[in-house]
Design a protein around this ligand. Structure first.
Ligand SMILES: [Zn+2]
Length: 319
């Protein structure tokens, strides 16, 4: 069954690392993939101010085209900055107001699935936290059945950071993203690593990612096999599933609608859906590698560390 999957991101380049492989995979499987971006920032001046909700289909959306997106909606808010100080920034918008804008897209699309970020907003950028609040509320308003929180395996991240994290040099890392026990979806996207590379290249070519150009450029210099290993898994949380659930496809274990009992009759409990078959392309857990360390990034909107002192480069996710 063809599903419509809406990916809600804070900034124009966030989709590339956190969910790019999953988007490409769903599009390749024939599902409709839609990208909604809250703040059209990280772009050269002149691209930021645009009417709310404008649908872009020109060459500047080449990255989304590479991912297989059939529609891109830019809500047109300003980037709040890493400290949320920007007046008029997305993080300062009333949740109900922005949620109604996103809900409108969800209704138009009759969306089956919406992705947001985890409650911490990953590493804590105020706009990412706001994407969680706004997205969750929008799904409630529109009745979207499945909400996935895009995140990173925090345990893997701390292991990758090693002594730096153990000695408390990166205190925020201990609360960033999501603990392994809460993660319900581990999506293998190594097969789509070439697409992720192409998306980053498109962002760099069209300079849609501003300060992230350096990060993406560094990642693109990685040997393909290393790139595939480091960026080959994407993580999500679905809060309506019990802890300990581990799924390997975003559309696995679709929720069963609760049957409305007929008057005078006892309600019939929904039948459980069968467990999905294990994914054939399952691959071993990615080797711990230095992952995003926001405190080490000087950019206004931190992105993954471009390189490390050792031979193990690159973050698994950096938004
Ligand atoms: Zn961002």
């Amino acid at each position: 069954m063809r599903r419509t999957c809406v990916f809600f991101h804070a900034h124009r380049d966030d989709e590339a690392l956190l969910t790019g492989g999953t988007m490409a995979r769903l599009a390749a499987e024939g599902h409709r993939v839609v990208l909604v971006v809250a703040a059209a920032e990280h772009a050269p001046s002149g691209l930021d101010a645009r009417p709310r909700g404008q649908v872009r289909t020109d060459v500047l959306d080449a990255p989304a085209h590479v991912l297989g997106c059939e529609r891109v909606v830019l809500l047109g808010y300003e980037d709040s900055g890493p400290d949320g100080s920007a007046l008029g920034g997305f993080s300062r918008t009333k949740v109900e107001l922005a949620a109604e804008e996103v809900a409108e897209v969800l209704r138009e699309e009759q969306a089956d699935l919406l992705t947001v970020y985890d409650p911490a907003g990953g590493y804590g950028h105020p706009d990412h936290v706001q994407v969680h609040r706004v997205g969750v509320r929008a799904a409630e308003l529109a009745g979207t059945p499945v909400v996935l929180e895009a995140t990173v395996d925090r345990d893997l991240l701390l292991r990758a950071l090693g002594p730096i994290a153990r000695f408390g040099l990166l205190p925020r890392a201990r609360h960033a993203y999501t603990s392994r026990g809460e993660i319900t979806h581990r999506i293998r996207v190594r097969k789509y690593s070439a697409t992720k590379r192409a998306v980053m290249a498109a962002h760099v070519t069209h300079r849609l990612c501003g300060d992230s150009v350096c990060t993406f450029t560094a990642l693109l210099r990685l040997p393909r096999v290393v790139f595939r290993l480091v960026l080959g898994t994407e993580w999500f949380v679905r809060r309506d599933l019990p802890p300990g659930t581990v799924l390997h496809h975003p559309l696995d274990r679709w929720p069963v609608p609760v049957a409305q009992p007929a008057r005078g009759r006892r309600p019939v409990p929904p039948r459980a859906q069968p467990e999905p078959e294990p994914e054939p392309e399952a691959e071993p857990e990615p080797t711990p590698t230095p992952a995003p360390a926001p405190e080490t990034r000087p950019q206004p909107h931190p992105e993954p560390a471009a390189s490390t002192p050792s031979s193990t480069p690159a973050p698994a996710a950096g938004v």
